[in-house]
Design a protein. Sequence first.
Length: 232
Amino acid sequence: MQPQDSVSTGPTVEYVKVETATNPTYTVIWLHGLGADGRDFEPIIPVLNLPSTSPVRFIFPHAPIRSITVNGGAQMRGWYDIKEWSFNRNEDEEGLEESRQIVHSLIEQENKEGMPTDRIFLAGFSQGGAVALFTGLRYPEPLAGIIALSCYLPVSNRTLSEKSVENQNTPIFMGHGTQDETVPVVLAGLSKDKLMKLEYEVEWHNYPMGHSVHPEEINDLSSFMKRIFVGS
């Protein structure tokens, strides 16, 4: 399982690619959190303990470097600007759209390499999870699943008018820490409630942690993915 680094889909999209075995049957496009990079979640691959009968290609893109308002305008990798900590107020919709196009280009590249869209997961942590939700709910072809860790549903007031019929039944995994001070669990709970009101299939989990990943969460996520593998 050797990573291939600094692969580019174009002038601005670079990523790390890791395949658990040859001839992968699924792809996971995993978006990192604010200030991290594509290597941040590489270590999760072996601990997911996914079956060898379903080899997976992991794509870990690097977000563009941009100014982040709530961090004093500091330049760092981010999928969009965070102008203030709020829900449905003063959100960087332009940045979200830019990142959605990045994810689209990665999905299209996978399609060209023979991976059907319904075997592609969109996953992410924090900002990356928000972009996974934003993109996945609007994508015009059915995805295998959406994984949203320690995040929220951005511009949720646009979801009803923009959601894709093709992904109405796509399984969604949401995991969040009860002690998260970066993205409060109440914000994630409001997002989950919004999705369930729109009749999405959401698997929701709380864990005794802050803004991080919990071993039980990894086990639950592994089970979620394995169930989709079996059902395909």
